[in-house]
Design a protein around this ligand. Structure first.
Ligand code: DQA
Length: 153
């Protein structure tokens, strides 16, 4: 265990805060990285955050993730709907990846309703704005066994 996760952001997410705030919210990418970093710290997990507008750079980041993190919370932006290369990278690295989206892609234009990636991710969180990332982190840490199991009466 590295006790480290990668928070990976795809194209146009560097513009968060100013980009269509009615859809994506008012928090910037720096804010979201800080929110997730603080939430992970509670569990003793550190966060490496990286954003790129380039498909190949995202693929390189996934390849590198194999060696130094336990899992990935990934908002692939519009590459979600198009990228077989990112799908192959996720399959290849064999570490758990949670797909997250700020908006509910299933309630938007038809071209956003398909994800090339969800079948190779351990799950998908959509539609909760910045909270999608926190929920995605929680799901990833649960899958990694970092969170305590509930104790039943
Ligand atoms: C997004 C949804 C995508 O369809 C879009 O291209 C984005 C952001 C989201 O977080 O809601 O860039 O991934």
């Amino acid at each position: 265990m590295h006790n480290q996760i990668l928070l990976l952001h795809g194209p146009n997410l560097n513009l968060l805060g100013t980009r269509e705030p009615e859809i994506y919210g008012r928090f910037t990418l720096v804010d979201i990285n800080q929110i997730v970093t603080k939430a992970a710290a509670v569990y003793g997990v550190s966060v490496k955050a990286y954003q790129s507008n380039h498909e190949g750079a995202l693929i390189d980041a996934l390849h590198e993730a194999r060696t130094n993190v336990d899992g990935v919370v990934f908002n692939p932006g519009a590459y979600t709907h198009t990228s077989i290369a990112l799908r192959d990278a996720i399959s290849a690295v064999k570490i758990p990846v949670v797909e997250v989206h700020l908006s509910n892609i299933h309630a938007r234009e038809s071209f956003r309703q398909t994800s090339m990636l969800s079948a190779v991710c351990i799950g998908q969180v959509v539609g909760f704005g910045w909270r999608s990332y926190v929920l995605g982190l929680n799901a990833l840490l649960g899958a990694l066994g970092t969170l305590a199991e509930p104790i039943l009466e």
